[in-house]
Design a protein around this ligand. Structure first.
Ligand SMILES: Nc1ncnc2c1ncn2[C@@H]1O[C@H](COP(=O)(O)OP(=O)(O)OP(=O)(O)O)[C@@H](O)[C@H]1O
Length: 401
């Protein structure tokens, strides 16, 4: 097969489902009858029906990895199942060349009453390997899955992680031309997931991969093409993986702060970013390397001493990335008013591009007793042309010596 040949071609693929089982069965009977009489209305939605996949098209060659991302129910798994031939599309066409290795649903493709070893032989035979060829591979597969102890036990008694181990080992060790991997991979423990990624790196130059995941670090690590799905449709498609991931995260940004703890003695009034470069969907944007300037307003209710403020920055996956340390001892209300207003300024912001949010904790200065704790009081976006995954992009000087 020539190296640049298209291995996966998907043209205008659509699949509809019915929300209600009874109606679905009735449509099934009607479709059967109309199918026989050659009168199909496949492109129309009938009451209770919806498009799980709508008009998706793409092409993949060896060495290309397509990431499919989107929120729960967006249609990613349905698309994978159509690719793997588990379900038929209502419209469109899939053409796949070569051997397909797939890890789609937990235990899918395995016969539960057969042992792990017997299932390896079954799967190998389905992929077109002879018994001898499978015999040569079986030890490698068992070693990769690290389940030698249980390989002669029926698969129905395997733990979820063991099923994923066997599933990935079979899919990846059988020299697939096309590899289809769903989110189930994440069921494996960290050690196994890392091992799988190493294996994917090895396979990638000679394989076309379709990868579904909710883990954006993993998607950005292995994918060079991406489709962001929403209600079955591709709302973003292309090679700009970083842009798709930004769009994906932006959908989850809510500007509703949530109060985790409040004893009523001090109230949060507002926070704003001063000198934001621009706004997109109400999210202030700051250029990497610029000054990060925030203005806070609180009101003291019953508190009769100066409070302490701890402001922390979280990334889009809710991992804490930084704390803004104050350089003054006391922040308190002025001139008998109960209003506490202050500006926090951090020069040369080196957070890498992406979306971040702020959490704040207010406590008594004297004994650290918590008074108010709020998460997500503000979301903001750092802009930079470099697509990086780590939370910091540090301005550095390089010199040749
Ligand atoms: N057999 C089915 N019958 C009816 N509806 C179905 C069927 N399979 C999937 N759906 C529906 O199709 C839509 C897409 O589901 P799908 O599993 O493809 O989403 P997904 O993007 O993979 O979601 P997740 O991230 O949760 O895995 C959902 O609304 C789901 O309820």
């Amino acid at each position: 097969m020539p190296n640049n040949e298209v291995l996966v071609q998907v043209q205008h693929l659509s699949k509809k489902f019915c929300k209600d089982l009874k109606t679905s069965l009735w449509y099934g009977v009607k479709d059967l009858a109309s199918g026989l009489s050659g009168n199909q209305n496949e492109r129309e939605l009938r009451p209770q029906e919806f498009w799980a996949v709508k008009d998706i098209s793409f092409e993949l060659r060896r060495g290309e990895c397509l990431g499919l991302i989107g929120h729960n129910g967006a249609g990613k798994s349905t698309l994978l199942k159509i690719l793997n031939g588990l379900i038929n599309p209502d419209a469109g066409k899939v053409t796949i060349k070569g051997r397909v290795g797939a890890l789609i649903e937990l235990g899918a493709g395995f016969n539960p009453i057969l042992s792990g070893r017997e299932n390896i032989y079954n799967n190998g035979a389905i992929l077109g390997f002879t018994k001898k060829e499978i015999e040569e591979k079986v030890e490698e597969i068992i070693d990769f899955a690290e389940i030698r102890e249980f390989i002669d036990m029926p698969v129905q008694n395997y733990s979820s992680g063991m099923k994923v181990r066997l599933g990935f080992a079979v899919a990846a060790q059988m020299e697939p031309d096309v590899l289809i991997i769903d989110e189930v991979l994440a069921v494996g423990d960290l050690g196994f997931v890392l091992k799988c990624f190493k294996q994917i790196d090895t396979l990638l130059p000679n394989t076309a991969i379709v990868f579904v995941s909710h883990s954006m670090p993993m998607v950005s690590r292995i994918c060079n093409q991406i489709i962001l799905m929403e209600k079955g449709k591709a709302v973003f498609q292309g090679e700009d993986v970083g842009k798709a991931i930004d769009k994906y995260y932006t959908r989850f940004v809510d500007n509703d702060s949530n109060v985790v703890f409040d004893d009523g003695s001090i109230a949060y009034e507002s926070v704003e970013i001063l000198e934001a470069k621009a706004y997109e969907k109400n999210i202030p944007q700051i250029e990497w390397g610029n000054t990060f300037k925030l203005k806070f307003k609180f009101r003291k209710n019953t508190l009769n001493e100066p409070p302490a403020f701890y402001i922390s920055i979280f990334d889009k996956e809710q991992r804490p990335v930084a704390i803004l340390e104050p350089n003054i001892e006391e922040l308190d209300s002025k001139n008998d008013s109960n209003l506490i207003e202050f500006i926090v300024e951090h020069k040369n912001l080196q957070l890498s591009k992406g979306i971040y949010s702020l959490n704040i904790v207010v406590s008594k200065k004297t004994n650290n007793e918590p008074l108010l704790r709020m998460n997500g009081i503000l979301s903001f976006q750092v802009l930079h042309q470099t697509d990086t995954w780590p939370p910091f992009l540090l301005k550095s000087s390089f010199q040749s010596i």
